[in-house]
Design a protein around this ligand. Structure first.
Ligand code: 5AD
Length: 451
């Protein structure tokens, strides 16, 4: 039996896929290690969304080769970059044994076993034996369904669909994750029920375009989209306390979903709603199919139903052709909305996407300046959005020890604000009220009420 090191790059969906891979390997008797130096098998689950993420994984895989000086090691690249580059990766990294794409995570355990057997018996490092498995597979979206839960783990990710048909011109996802495919509703509900039976209280539903769940497979009923039908079904799961989802597209964020926040108590008061740009010209070139005005109106409608809702976003700066004036519109809209938090990305050329071929690529120094400027605005809004919590009591779900200071505990409010507090081990995995004493902008600090 082998010791297996898995490192994950990128989004929550990648985390979730790695969890599935780990579960299947453990089921076969392998163990998972967090120490690369003791691993027999090294798996990097990769991200392609920006060039930096690819370079990091390639660099890491190159460095890890040194491990095989003293003993045979099986090396695998999984996920988005594996899907996108396929067997070409073997030219760059000839020590790779496995290249496994995004529709084949459920095959990783078989491939690992096969590679181990060969490596351990022959000790051969020969690309002729490398396994490249990057084909499409019908129903692969239904294979991400098993979990590895830690002790007192109260939160879990649930992948409800795969792929995206939107074809935003900057985005590699259609190439790495394929077209939209959704899981049957009942299968998702059953998965959530089994998580709840093991102590999970909060689920985050995952999809590249999560609010369009089921649009090709299922029909709307009484004006409710398949996604809203799923939310309603999950509302009925007793013992489940909180439902989150990420990431939706502003297109398809219709009234049935907006109203759900008013009537489904388990649906938390937080939406991550990617804006990308506040310039209509750039939105059009991005193929985002909404305008700045429509985005602002959507936020207003959401807030009219749920005034306290936290809204976070993704913004790209330096998309090809973005002028100072275009960027000023983004700044203006971000200021008008007043996001609770935002991920800001400098545009990164992705080979094969339409934007990579566009003229007027923006120099890095300009991207950097816009990035800094926007970051300041986002930080100041984050502070303004957190400040009102000081002196108040908030409900949090305690996730465990704080990463920065393990003697303290951490959890999140329904609005997804991180709260750090002095607590006791029995708080882990439970909902409790915290009185907030201070805020640093992104983190709130406080004490258990009555504790
Ligand atoms: N360059 C920069 N950022 C990108 N994103 C997606 N593609 C690119 C790219 N080529 C960002 C988007 C998306 C987030 C997950 O990553 O903002 O919402």
């Amino acid at each position: 039996m082998a010791r297996i090191y898995i490192k994950t790059y990128g989004c929550q969906m990648n985390e979730r896929d790695s969890e599935q891979v780990a579960q299947m390997l453990m089921e076969r008797g392998h163990s998972i290690t967090v120490r690369e130096e003791e691993a027999d098998v090294v798996l990097l689950n990769t991200c392609s969304v920006r060039d930096l993420a690819e370079q990091k994984a390639l660099g890491k895989m190159g460095m890890l080769r040194a491990l095989s000086r003293d003993r045979p090691i099986v090396y695998g690249l999984l996920g988005c970059m594996a899907q996108n580059r396929g067997s070409a990766l073997l030219n760059e990294l000839p020590h790779l044994d496995l290249v496994v794409g995004t529709q084949k995570f459920h095959r990783v355990a078989d491939h690992v076993d096969q590679a181990i057997e060969r490596k351990w018996s022959t000790r051969l490092d020969d690309v002729r034996f490398s396994i490249v498995d990057v084909d499409e597979e019908a129903n692969s979206q239904r294979t991400i369904r098993d979990h590895v839960l830690g002790e007192r783990q109260a939160t879990a990710f649930v992948s409800i669909m795969q792929g995206c048909n939107m074809h935003c011109t900057f985005c590699i996802v259609p190439f790495t994750r394929g077209h939209e495919r959704s899981r049957p509703l009942q299968e998702i509900v059953d998965e959530v029920k089994s998580l709840v039976a093991k102590g999970v209280k909060e689920v985050t539903l995952l999809g590249q375009i999560v609010n369009l769940y089921g649009r090709h497979e299922f029909v709307s009923v009484d004006g409710k989209s398949p996604f809203v039908q799923l939310l309603e079904a999950l509302q009925e799961v007793s013992g489940l306390e909180r439902i989150r989802f990420t990431s939706p597209h502003p297109i398809g964020f219709r009234n049935d979903l907006i109203e759900s926040f008013g009537r489904l108590p388990k649906l938390v008061e937080h939406i991550h709603l990617p804006l990308q740009s506040g310039s209509n010209r750039i939105l059009k070139a991005m193929h985002r199919t909404y305008t700045a005005e429509k985005f602002a109106a959507l936020v207003d409608r959401i807030r009219s139903v749920t005034p306290t809702i936290a809204i976070t976003t993704d913004i790209i700066v330096g998309f090809p052709g973005e002028t100072d004036d275009d960027y000023a519109r983004t700044h203006e809209l971000a200021d008008r909305v007043g996001f609770d938090n935002a991920f800001i990305f400098k545009y990164s050329k992705r080979k094969g996407t339409p934007a990579a071929e566009m003229e007027q690529q923006v120099p890095d120094s300009v991207k950097e300046n816009r990035n800094q400027d926007l970051l300041e605005l986002i930080n100041s809004w984050a502070k303004r959005r957190s400040e009102p919590f000081v002196g108040r009591e908030v409900e949090i779900l305690c996730e465990g020890p704080s990463k920065t200071n393990p003697s303290r505990l951490t959890g999140r409010t329904r609005g997804n604000k991180i709260v750090v507090f002095e607590g006791a081990p029995q708080h882990i995995g439970t909902l409790l009220n915290i009185r907030i004493a201070r805020s640093t902008g992104y983190t709130l600090y406080g004490h258990p009420v009555g504790g």
